[in-house]
Write a protein of this length. Structure first.
Length: 457
């Protein structure tokens, strides 16, 4: 019986497990995660953050699904070493698990030695939020939003009292207009990309005052051109988001609270951490803040890979035990079209993987790569093909979508609709083929356009 081991139960890892089971009814499939939940939607975390949905609503595949498909899901274990030669993975327990939730049948407690053996391994550990090296980035009240635990920490800090399981809340906006609240908590979001804007809109919904600081001169620079970004900005300003475009963050301003200082005077050795008070911009302006959310992009999580920055082999292999094989790593773990790494029987998929020099770190890509990896691991032949990235989302009820070439400078052939509330641009190459599009306010024909675009690739 073949032993399949998958590190990471995100969409890449879980889809791979499902695909393996389809093709191998007997094999032993084990999914490891350092988090406490079965597969959940990271995309919906902003809705969870503002209390629109509860934790249960985030879950995509529950424990029963894993039981039904005979997939062993082990939660709360953090892999800290991989021995590729001897085909073993070593782990330690991560956060304790609340066994009352999501029918925890299998968890870290059942593993006594934390060692897992495999015949075939999938590396699906996802990505990490990037935190720029700005002074004060370690202060209390500085956050990123990647996991359900990150969302819970933000909820706690901002005392978002409506973020309770399965309580549908009344938004603090009325028909898109902001309701004024006395002394609201204030948050600065650093980065005006997809995630930053979704989180900003969610916090506005929860009654927080939000300022978004963006280095670029427009929002969603990867997805929108100037016209599209202008319309989206107007929509978001209408619900109360404040923007500081073309601005860079100089430092995070913080202070140790009087209470903490008093405590430190009686408790010896207590380490004090300044708490966020504001954000100083390069222009000299200081924005008051109770918390800061970094939304400055993600990077593949290579913490289990050999340290690329050094030629010292002892240091290189400290992170990841290997003897005579080397795994090819660039921005991500390099894979071929079968999602196989440079070591046979070791696969990578999702945000952590890099295929053909690219890694978009998006859901659909991770899901398809997981499917291809799972199929090949189980002995079938499947090949991954890069597709132009496409995004469709709703920011504060506003539909925004973009795909492929967005032609920021307007140099290509275009079909354009631009009204007060809708902006649609279809980009074509010199042969009249659709190569990209932008839609703000109405995305009803987005899927049709993307299909046309892909069939023409
Ligand atoms: C707030 C938010 C909003 C998003 N919105 C969109 C969107 O609108 N559209 C879109 O396309 N994409 C969006 N994304 C990106 C999308 O969620 C990711 O591309 C996708 O989740 C990647 O899936 P993955 O399986 O590769 O990795 P992940 O989902 O990150 O899963 C990785 C798994 O590996 C586990 N793991 C990591 N290290 C270890 C270890 N050492 N030991 C054990 N387990 C480990 C983690 O616990 C986790 O379970 C969003 C992401 C976030 C955070």
């Amino acid at each position: 019986m073949k032993k399949y081991l998958i590190i990471g139960n995100g969409i890449a890892g879980t889809t791979a497990a499902e695909e393996i089971r389809k093709n191998d009814t007997d094999g032993e499939i084990t999914l490891l995660t350092k988090e406490s939940l079965p597969l959940y939607s990271r995309i919906r975390l902003p809705d969870f953050l503002c209390g629109k949905i509860g934790e249960k609503d985030l879950i995509i595949k529950n424990q029963e699904w894993h039981d039904k498909h005979n997939i062993q899901l082990i939660r709360g274990v953090e892999v800290d070493k991989i021995d590729f030669d001897n085909k073993k993975v070593f782990s330690k327990k991560s956060a304790p698990i609340d066994k009352t939730k999501n029918s925890e049948k299998v968890d870290s407690d059942t593993q006594d030695n934390g060692i897992f053996e495999f015949d075939s391994l999938l590396f699906a550990v996802g990505s990490k939020s990037f935190i720029p090296s700005i002074k004060g980035n370690e202060f209390g009240g500085v956050f990123t939003l990647r996991t359900v635990d990150d969302a819970k920490s933000i909820i706690k800090r901002l005392q978002i009292d409506n973020a309770k399981d399965n309580i549908k809340t009344t938004p603090k906006t009325n028909n898109g207009k902001k309701i004024v609240i006395d002394n609201p908590k204030e948050v600065v979001v650093i980065g005006g990309g997809l995630l930053g804007l979704e989180a900003a809109a969610a916090m506005i919904h929860a009654g927080i005052k939000v300022t978004v600081v963006e280095f670029c001169d427009r929002l969603l620079p990867r997805q929108l051109d100037y016209e599209g970004a202008k319309l989206l900005k107007e929509f978001l300003e209408n619900i109360g988001v404040i923007f500081r475009l073309k601005e860079a963050t100089e430092e995070i301003v913080g202070k140790i609270s009087e209470r903490a200082e008093k405590l430190a005077s009686v408790i010896k050795g207590l380490k004090l951490k300044p708490q966020v008070k504001g954000v100083k911009l390069k222009s000299g302006d200081i924005i008051k803040a109770d918390a800061v959310l970094f939304s400055a992009g993600v990077r593949p999580d290579l913490s289990l890979m050999p340290d690329q920055s050094t030629t010292d082999l002892d240091i290189q292999f400290n992170a990841c035990a290997m003897t005579n094989k080397s795994i090819s790593v660039n921005k991500g773990v390099v894979v071929n079209e079968r999602m196989e790494t440079s070591i046979p029987s070791i696969y990578a998929a999702g945000d952590v993987a890099e295929y053909d020099g690219v890694n978009f770190c998006i859901w659909q890509e991770a899901q398809e790569q997981g499917r291809v990896a799972g199929s090949n691991m189980a002995g079938k032949e499947a090949a991954y093909k890069n597709v132009p990235p496409s995004n469709i989302l709703k920011v504060a009820g506003i539909s925004v979508a973009s795909a492929g070439e967005i032609d920021v400078d307007g140099k290509m052939e275009l079909e354009l609709i631009s009204t007060e509330s809708i902006y649609k641009k279809i980009v074509k190459d010199k042969n009249g083929k659709i190569v990209g599009c932008i839609m703000v306010g109405d995305t009803s024909d987005f899927n049709k356009i993307v299909k046309q675009m892909r069939s023409e690739v």
